[in-house]
Each structure stands twice: as C-alpha cells, then as structure tokens.
Design a protein around this ligand. Sequence first.
Ligand code: BG6
Length: 318
Amino acid sequence: MERSKKPSAIGVAASLPQPTITFRENKIEATLPTGESVTVHLYGATVTSWKLANGREQLFMSEKAHLDGSKPIRGGIPVVFPVFGPPPPNHATSSLPQHGFARNSNWEFLGKSSSESLGKKDCDDSVKLDFGLSHTMLSEEFRKAWPYEFGLLYSVTLSKEGLETSLQVQNKGNQNFDFQVLMHTYLSIDDISQIRVKNLESKTYIDKTQNATSHTENSPALEINKETDRVYKALDPKVPIIVASAADDKPIFSVTREGLNDVVVWNPWIEKAKGMADFAPDDAYKKMICIEAGSVAGWQTLEAGESWEGSQSIRPRL
Ligand code: BG6
C-alpha cells in the first residue's frame, strides 16, 4: 500500500550519541558517550587530564602545577619543541629555555572531528581535537630567539581504546631548520616500586644522571629505584614500551610510536622532587613515571616547505 506521507528514514549516524565538547577558561574538555574524557589547556596544548569511563585518571598532575600560563605545566603531556633539555651552545636554539617554547606558548584550538566525520560509519567512539601554533603566535622574545617560520599542528585523539597524540611540524619559511620534539607524558601510577618498564633490553641509552654517558640496558624489566633520567635511542617505534605491574607482569600502559624513535624514561626521585617548586606533594614521585616519546637523540632537519609528523598511542589497562 502506498502511503502519502511516508516517514523519512533516520540515518543510523544521526541517532548516535555524540562526544560532548566544552571550551572554557582556556581549556577544552571532550567526553565520549561511553564516558572517557580528555582535557587540553591551550597553554602548551598540554593534555592535563585523561580519564577512563570508570573515572580513573591516567595522567599524573602535580598539586602545585601552574595552570595559569605562568610556567610550563608540571604534569599531563607537555609538548617539547624545538629543543629537548638545555639548548646546546652555538646552536640555533641556544637562546631558548629548556625544552623550547611549545610548552609555554598559547596555542589555538582549531576544532574537533568525531569518528563519524573521520569516516568510521558504524560507531562514534572517538574524538579528535586539533591545536595549532605558528611563528606569528609566539611572544616577541621567542620569535627573536628562534626566528624561523613554522607551523605546528597537534592532534589529540581520544577513543575507548586509548589516547593518541600526533604532531605535524611544517617549515613555512625559505630556510631549513633543525628541531627536536618530545611528548613529555607523565603517566599516573599507584606505586613506583610496583612497576617495571619493559622492551628496552639491549637498547643503548644516554644516562643524564651520569654525565650523559652511554650505556646498554641489560634489564628486561627495568625497576625504578633511584633518580632515573635516560634517553633510549633508536628504538623500533612499533614495539610498545610497556609499563607493567611487578606483581603479575600485566601491562598497565603500553606506548607505541610513529616517527618518534627515542624514548626518555624519567623519574626525579626524592631529592629532585623536593627541589622542584612546582612538584607536590614531595613524595608524589612515587605516583608517576614519565615515558616520553620523542626524536631527541639527534636533530631532524626540515627543509623549506617540507613537513614532518610523529605520534604516540597510549593504551591503558582496561
Ligand atoms: C625530562 C628530562 O625530559 O624532563 C629531565 O630528561 C628533566 O632531564 C625533566 O629534568 C623535567 O624538565 P623540566 O624542565 O620540566 O623541569
């Protein structure tokens, strides 16, 4: 039978619950319909919180972190660019502060896309937030210190499975520049004595606590029981760095990378933690481990007009 007023078909996508995005006080919060959430401060495009559906926070944040844009944020995922650590003398980055300017500049929120608009038809279980920083947005001081024309596009993708952060570096000028880059991820853990860091065995590392001397990792499951500040070099990015439980060897976090072949493992331990004015409480070093995916052992040279991309994907224990 023909009906004169057929109801129009409702697309499946239209009925899907959508991620919620709020933008206030210079931070963006995104929550998936399934309950996972992420918060990103425009200052440094620093991811300051990542919660699972059960409300459990996955990133460590110091109680004395400055969230007002007066200092780089102590916790979450600060972005390190264009230099890692104290800049070397007689280098294009020499006048920049430690870890460069990306973590202490105000980024722009460029917008979001959901899994539906990303082309995944049958579900809407992820959201991607894009942030940008370019030379025109830098303070005069930073522009003078590093006078290159660049663009950074940083994407933070939250899904039920995990969190991905991806950085594209563009050279918009007409001269080459060198850069280093790192995602300085502070993972939240219950007890530093109860974790082991795996998949570093036989890899070469620079030990920054021992005058930057070179060593080979001999442990299949690294225990952190003192100040640790190591740059593991030339890793296979597809092999995840696993933070595992010492008790049952189960992964608590796994970190895979693309284009980021070095990984820094950092824990300040007792004295360094006390010495950092923005690190609190003093014994919070027991509650964090930094697994920092980067390209920091040498320099990436980016030719005029070219771009480069690197990313990390963090899976939590679900
Ligand atoms: C790590 C470095 O990436 O960051 C450490 O390897 C450094 O040497 C740490 O101490 C924290 O740096 P900052 O500048 O945030 O205090």
